[in-house]
Design a protein around this ligand. Structure first.
Ligand SMILES: Cc1cc2nc3c(=O)[nH]c(=O)nc-3n(C[C@H](O)[C@H](O)[C@H](O)COP(=O)(O)OP(=O)(O)OC[C@H]3O[C@@H](n4cnc5c(N)ncnc54)[C@H](O)[C@@H]3O)c2cc1C
Length: 409
């Protein structure tokens, strides 16, 4: 693809950023590519951080997405360990924390998301969060250093919280999940599926404290290395190790005053363009999603979205006015409690839900989400082939009746 650009800056050196660089080269871009990343590690994969790395099954090197050789092959200049602190979307100038200024002909924003913290818990001993490789290694060592049967408390029972809880339980600790909603994942998967998923941790002996918030975390005691969690309902829980998993916020601080629209992410059009010559992808992107049954701005924090979005953002940047619509079928998975949860499409807690398979005694099932008259999503537990079978239907905007027929066939 020919382009009038000689230099492209990719800000954020993780999955979306790397896929952007790869797509720029595969589309024939021959100019300079500079990748700026706040982390000093070369691009690496995050899903194993709460799974294989945390349980000690994989060494850190196994999560690497790109070796130094790969970046050389792609002719990418990697500037790691330095944060972008400002951006001007008109002149396409990026300012870095070391005061360097870099001017590009095109920019791809891929700065992802960062952890939300409980006030007063940052930097407290035995209280952790998990977003980066370094976080994962520190938490892995801390979990392994506890004597078995210690009290591990997860604040937040979202996907990553449950994955961490799974590993803690496998290591022989007593695990409690404290969740403010009446059911884990309620806002994402809706009531009937959330209620069914609740069986998974319960089957493995984890304790769920639902519909209750954490008022504060009191100081450590001889029975609680990390502190005593005081709950809103007056109860308290001793904790030897606490992981706070209450979600993330998009990394947009550096874009204040940039001229871009920031509203829970960088707002982009249906081509992933946030401004002329500025594309955006991954967890930081809030793009206009136009697809069968969809016409809305969404920010979707899934691996697949960052991978596909990264490549698409690069193609859009090069194609200019000929850029094509980004119309993905979202996909996510989570490995927890010995099961694989997968979803294609986008479950919505307001959709009607029909279970077309299960749930069986081990918690396996497939549920379909009805959005208007269309299939909105399929979500399953340890039913990979069945769940993936709905991808093609979602791609062509199949009706819900067709999906039900597919389930019966
Ligand atoms: C522990 C964990 C487990 C996960 N498991 C799953 C899973 O099982 N299934 C699934 O679908 N998804 C999973 N995800 C989500 C998936 O990994 C993310 O959607 C994906 O990493 C997003 O990629 P990204 O490149 O957009 O952003 P990120 O991976 O967040 O990378 C952004 C990069 O930009 C850097 N950066 C931020 N601000 C700046 C700045 N100002 N200047 C320079 N650099 C900056 C960051 O340091 C980071 O390196 C998981 C995520 C985590 C954390």
């Amino acid at each position: 693809m020919s382009s009038d650009m000689n230099s492209i800056g990719i800000i954020g050196g993780s999955l979306a950023g790397l896929r952007s660089a790869e797509a720029l080269r595969s589309e024939g871009f021959a100019g300079a590519i500079t990748m700026v990343s706040a982390e000093s590690h070369l691009p690496y994969d995050r899903p194993p951080l709460s799974k294989q790395v945390l349980r000690g099954a994989w060494p850190a090197e196994q999560v690497q997405l790109a070796t130094p050789n790969r970046l050389t092959e792609l002719d990418v200049t990697f500037r790691g360990g330095v944060r972008a602190t400002a951006f001007d979307a008109e002149s396409l100038t990026v300012t870095l924390a070391d005061d360097a200024q870099m001017q590009f002909d095109g920019v791809i924003i891929a700065t992802g998301a960062q952890l939300r913290h409980l006030p007063g818990t940052q930097d407290r001993e035995h209280i952790y969060g998990l977003r980066t490789l370094d976080d994962s290694l520190v938490l892995r060592d801390a979990l392994a250093a506890l004597t078995p049967d210690s009290n591990v408390v997860l604040v937040g029972a979202g996907f990553i919280g449950q994955e961490i809880a799974t590993v803690a339980a496998e290591l022989g600790h007593r695990v409690t999940l404290v969740e403010g909603m009446s059911l884990p994942l309620l806002h994402i998967v809706g009531e009937s599926v959330a209620a069914t998923l609740t069986a998974l941790p319960s089957l493995k002996g984890a304790t769920l404290e639902l519909g209750v918030g954490v008022k504060q975390i009191g100081p450590a005691t001889s029975d609680a290395l990390a502190g005593v969690l005081e709950l809103n309902d007056g109860r308290s829980i001793n904790a030897d190790l606490i992981v706070v998993g209450i979600g993330v916020t998009p990394c947009t601080d550096w874009l204040e005053g940039s001229g871009l629209t920031i509203e829970n992410g960088v707002v982009a059009n249906d081509r992933l363009m946030a401004a002329p010559k500025v594309a955006v992808a991954g967890d930081v992107a809030r793009f206009h999603w136009i697809a069968p049954g969809r016409d809305e701005h969404v920010r979707i924090e899934h691996w697949q979205m960052a991978a596909d979005g990264g490549a698409h953002a690069a193609r859009s940047l090069l194609a200019g006015v000929h850029a094509e619509r980004f119309s993905p079928v979202p996909y996510f998975w989570s490995d927890q409690w010995g099961k694989k949860i997968q979803a294609v499409g986008r479950p919505d807690s307001n959709d009607d839900v029909v279970f077309v398979d299960g749930p069986d005694d081990e918690g396996r099932f497939v549920a379909l989400y009805k959005r208007g008259n269309l299939l909105g999503a399929a979500l399953g537990v340890s039913r990979p082939a069945k769940v993936m079978g709905y991808r093609a239907l979602l791609e062509r905007g199949a009706s819900f009746d067709e999906a039900i027929e597919h389930a019966r066939s």
